[in-house]
Design a protein around this ligand. Structure first.
Ligand SMILES: Nc1ncnc2c1ncn2[C@@H]1O[C@H](COP(=O)(O)OP(=O)(O)OP(=O)(O)O)[C@@H](O)[C@H]1O
Ligand SMILES: [Mg+2]
Length: 183
C-alpha cells in the first residue's frame, strides 16, 4: 500500500510524535492548566480584539502530564485566535463529566470561538498530519499531535464547526478521565 506521505514526511512525523514524558504525572484542575496558556497568548488576544470568557465549573483534579495537556490547549487557543482575525469571543469551559461509553469519570473541557468556522471538508481532514489552510504559517501538525496526546491520556477530542455563524462557530471538546496518566 502506498502511503500518502513522502519518506521525509514520515521521518518528520517520527521526530515530532509526542513520547511519554519522563517527568511524573501531576494532579491539576482545568483552570490551572489554562492559566499559563492564556498568559502566553494575552498579547495576541488583546491585539486581535478578542474577548475571553471562562467558566471553570469542574471541581475534579486530573492526574496527567500537564505540559503535554497544556500543549494541546495551547494549540486550540492558537487556532481560535488565527480564526478570529477581526476580533471575536473565545469561550473556555470545564465541567465534571462521565464518559458515556466507558462510564469513567473525568473532566470535559471546551474551547469555542466565534471565528471563521470551517467547511465540512476541513472538518473531515483537520486531524490528519500536515493538513493546514494557513500556507507557510502552519505546519498542520497541531491537531494531529493534540489527538495523539489526548488519546494517550485515555481521553477523546472532538469538534463541531459551522461557517458563517456569529457565535460559537467552532467548538473543540476534550474529555479527560480523572486518572488520565495512569498508564
Ligand atoms: N478554531 C478553528 N477555526 C477555524 N479553523 C480551524 C480551527 N482550528 C483548526 N482549524 C483548521 O484546522 C487546520 C489544522 O489545524 P492544526 O492546528 O492541526 O494546524 P495549523 O494550525 O494549520 O498549523 P500549526 O498548528 O502547526 O501551527 C488549520 O489549518 C485550520 O484550517
Ligand atoms: Mg494549530
Amino acid at each position: 500500500m502506498r502511503l500518502p506521505y513522502s519518506r521525509h514526511s514520515v521521518c518528520v512525523i517520527a521526530l515530532i510524535t509526542p513520547c511519554p514524558s519522563s517527568s511524573s504525572p501531576t494532579s491539576v484542575t482545568a483552570q490551572e492548566l489554562f492559566e499559563g496558556v492564556i498568559a502566553i497568548y494575552q498579547g495576541r488576544l488583546t491585539r486581535s480584539n478578542i474577548e475571553v470568557r471562562h467558566s471553570f465549573c469542574a471541581r475534579s483534579r486530573i492526574l496527567c502530564f500537564e505540559n503535554e495537556i497544556r500543549q494541546v490547549l495551547s494549540n486550540l487557543v492558537g487556532n481560535a485566535i488565527d480564526a478570529m482575525a477581526s476580533g471575536g469571543t473565545l469561550c473556555i469551559r470545564s465541567h465534571d463529566a462521565t464518559d458515556r461509553t466507558t462510564g469513567r469519570k473525568g473532566v470535559r473541557i471546551t474551547v469555542a470561538d466565534s471565528g471563521s468556522g470551517m467547511s465540512p471538508r476541513t472538518v473531515a481532514k483537520l486531524f490528519e498530519p500536515f493538513f493546514t489552510t494557513k500556507g507557510f504559517n502552519g505546519t498542520g501538525l497541531g491537531l494531529w499531535v493534540s489527538r495523539e496526546i489526548v488519546t494517550r491520556h485515555g481521553g477523546r477530542i472532538s469538534v463541531r464547526s459551522q461557517e458563517n455563524r456569529s457565535s460559537s462557530a467552532t467548538v473543540f471538546s476534550i474529555f479527560l478521565p480523572l486518572e488520565a496518566a495512569a498508564r
